[in-house]
Design a protein around this ligand. Structure first.
Ligand SMILES: *Cc1c(COP(=O)(O)O)cnc(C)c1O
Length: 456
């Protein structure tokens, strides 16, 4: 008889990783470098350090160090909300009547409500260490801005957040959490930047976009002494910091002597998925073990499954470096979708390379199916999931149902990236039957993909 596995696999404080794991060190085909949009040449450390903190630039460009030590100050902060729980979803398994064994790693156990705090605190730490006054960023749905506000408050840094105007107006509570932690929140586009003024002149009354907020935040960072820009996803450094999720999950599984067969995560810019899979992908890359890895994206913003693998801008203002990634084109504006964190047009270049090389799969889910899965999960496991996370829930449930048909006792791990308390308007729409499932047509995608920058 196997030993009974507890509902929660607890770790100790000492199990918080002391180093982040850098997947790139084990990749034979490294992710393509960021390019300078002006010259078409790889961005140098010097060029990048005008926008980003020095230590973070080093991490961004480091593709050889397998492990990078986590500074003690960051580990001390992690101790306030980590290790995060790895939960055996016994109630969900029972309800589904499946032989599958389902586990989830829950990252919603902090006030910001998502995994984004894992990288926010690291980025704030390096900004402080460099002696900067503050950082600037953009936020769409608000999770990243909230996480960064908390991190900046901890290190006494100034935090300027450009929040997409429509979210600023529709999500006053998110905005207020950020202000409570001391951040200055500006609706974007605004008249506080040149790029904002230009956009306002060209499109009076616009409600803004993530790409436009990025352009404003970058402008403020490069034109103000003592400020740098920080980004909450997509970049290599963010995936690196998020590896704490996977490292802890691996430690917990090792403790109970279990190995997952399938690992599932939602994919917006790729940071939670990249973090969750990191040590498992490392084993896969080194040929030590095999795992099935599935990225889940919204059918309304299908970068992996319907995008093109090419160099593209990360912002609509076209001022950021070019990244090679699966992209729908920086011009692509997804239909209103309630998983705000999954609306980015591109994808992490590390995950793009791994997907391109066949190390992982990708699939899509439509919105109403995602909310159906979210409510099913909430009612049996208790946690109110974020709409983003619910993409992973949906596919985990599908996989568990397949196991019921085939009788296979697969072990499934999925990332539960956050809670949905600030998404109740979306839940309301779903409960009222007013949610739609817009899927872009091939013609729409072709239009934005035709505008990809020409680089060879
Ligand atoms: C931002 C966010 C995501 C998506 O971002 P990734 O970088 O792809 O991880 C997923 N879940 C939650 C709760 C988020 O806040």
């Amino acid at each position: 008889m196997a030993k009974e596995i507890p509902y929660k696999i607890y770790l100790d404080e000492k199990d918080i990783p002391s180093a982040w794991y850098n997947m790139r060190a084990d990749m034979k085909n490294k992710p393509a470098p960021l390019l300078n949009p002006g010259t078409g040449q790889p961005m140098t450390a010097q060029e990048l350090s005008g926008v980003f903190c020095e230590e973070l630039v080093k991490q961004e460009l480091d593709e050889t160090s397998r492990y990078i030590d986590i500074p003690q100050d960051i580990r001390d902060f992690y101790k306030m909300y980590r290790p995060s729980p790895l939960v055996r979803a016994y109630c969900l398994e029972k309800k589904l009547d499946t032989p599958a064994k389902i586990y989830y790693k829950f990252e919603g156990n902090n006030t910001s409500g998502s995994h984004k705090l894992n990288s926010a605190i690291a980025q704030a730490y390096y900004a402080k260490k460099q002696g900067l006054k503050g950082v600037t960023t953009e936020t769409g749905a608000g999770q990243w801005g909230t996480a960064l506000s908390m991190a900046c408050a901890y290190f006494d840094l100034d935090c300027k957040v450009y929040m997409v105007k429509v979210s600023y107006e529709q999500k006053p509570f998110r905005r207020e959490v950020m202000r409570t932690y001391g951040a200055q929140v500006t609706p974007s586009p605004s008249d506080t930047t040149e790029v904002g003024k230009k956009i306002l002149a060209a499109h009076p009354g616009t409600t803004g976009s993530l790409g436009c907020a990025i352009s404003e935040a970058v402008e403020v960072a490069v034109t103000n002494e003592g400020y740098r820009y920080v980004l909450g996803s997509v970049l290599n450094q963010v995936l690196l910091h998020q590896s704490v999720i996977g490292l802890e999950a691996k430690t917990a599984f090792d403790k109970i002597g279990v190995k997952p067969d399938v690992i599932i995560g939602c994919a917006g810019g790729g940071s939670n998925l990249g973090g969750l899979i990191a040590p498992f992908m490392g084993e896969k890359l080194r040929g030590e073990a095999d795992y099935r890895i599935i990225a889940v994206e919204p059918a309304s913003c299908p970068s992996f499954t319907r995008g093109t693998y090419a160099y593209d801008f990360c912002d609509t203002g076209m001022i950021c470096p070019l990244a090679k990634m699966y992209t729908l084109g920086s011009d692509f504006i997804p239909a209103p979708n309630h998983a705000g964190g999954l609306r980015f047009h591109g994808m992490s270049s590390t995950l793009s390379q791994l997907y391109h090389d066949g190390y992982m799969e990708a699939t899509t889910a439509v919105q109403t199916d995602v909310f159906e899965a979210a409510e099913y999960f909430a009612r049996v496991e208790g946690i109110l999931p974020a709409p983003e996370s619910s993409h992973a829930i949906k596919v985990a449930i599908d996989e568990a149902k397949k196991c019921k048909e085939t009788g296979e006792e697969k072990t499934i791990l999925f990332g539960l990236t956050g809670t949905g308390y600030f998404d109740l308007v979306a839940y309301e729409k779903y409960n009222n039957g007013e949610m739609d499932d817009y899927i872009p047509t091939d013609a729409e995608l072709a239009e934005s993909i035709a505008k990809l920058p020409k680089v060879n």
